[in-house]
Design a protein around this ligand. Structure first.
Ligand code: PXP
Length: 252
């Protein structure tokens, strides 16, 4: 996202998918995810993230068009590693493309991408996106094999999947959550030492973000579901501002 962020700072990408989920529950145009992107920007987001799923269950092609045309913040397009999605990314030229695994029946992105097992398929896609000037990121588990594959394929960025850490905390398994946090921190250090820019995301909330935000190698967090849910109670600007504040406090 914004390359202007000072070194060492932590950027916040706000994922607006679930504004589109609510819109699509009724059909029609409201609530408008592009309006959410404007509000997120006003509240201090550094970027907007949107996942154009193959089944278009939330974000639609027209949303991507409007986000590109109407929002000044960098767009991080989350996408499956399919020819259709690569073509769409090449057509729009978003700031970044985050390649995620996608299964139709899943409720959200469960688990990271198998970058190590998918090199033959992913390598050429990464090269095509990079040639278009798109900053490619791979959404992976904090696993040294996956980091090595990302480096070998020339992906400049990885996003570490924080879902397991968040789920363990929710389940009250604090020892296992601490172990998973250590795995995330080790992967961030290892990846950064290998030249990767490190992002993280999935399942982050006000309650669990601080230890992740405190990992200094992490340069960007992408957060969606919780922020949109919290917005029901406090409004989107307040929801984003509070997350921004908690991230800054943890980082300081
Ligand atoms: N990062 C990636 C790659 C994702 O797929 C998602 C979910 O769309 C997120 C971050 C945001 O996760 P959440 O909605 O749980 O905050």
């Amino acid at each position: 996202m914004s390359t202007a962020a000072p070194s060492g700072s932590l950027r916040l990408g706000v994922n607006i998918d679930h504004v589109a989920t609510i819109r699509n529950a009724r059909g029609g145009a409201l609530p408008d995810p592009v309006r959410a992107a404007h509000l997120a920007q006003a509240a201090g987001a550094d970027g907007i993230t949107a996942h154009l799923r193959e089944d278009r269950r939330h974000i639609r092609d027209s949303d991507i068009e409007r986000l590109m045309a109407e929002i000044a913040l960098p767009l991080n397009l989350e996408m499956a590693a399919t020819e259709e999605m690569v073509e769409i990314a090449l057509r729009h030229g978003p700031h970044a493309a985050c390649i995620v695994p996608e299964r139709r029946a899943e409720r959200t992105t469960e688990g990271g991408l198998d970058a190590a097992g998918g090199r033959a398929h992913l390598g050429p896609m990464i090269a095509r996106l990079r040639d278009r000037g798109i900053r490619v990121s791979l959404f992976i588990e904090p696993d040294p094999r996956q980091l090595a594959a990302a480096i070998a394929m020339g992906a400049p960025v990885v996003e570490l999947h924080t879902g397991k850490y968040c789920d363990l905390l929710d389940a009250g398994e604090s020892d296992a959550a601490t172990a998973e946090l250590a795995r995330l921190a080790a992967a961030a250090a290892h990846g950064a030492a290998g030249g990767l820019e490190i992002h993280a995301g999935h399942g982050l909330t006000f309650a669990n973000v601080a230890p992740i935000a405190a990992i200094r190698e992490i340069r960007e967090l992408n957060i969606g579901h919780f922020l949109i849910g919290e917005a029901i109670f406090v409004g989107l600007e307040a929801s984003v501002r509070e997350m921004r504040r908690l991230m800054d406090v943890a980082r300081a």
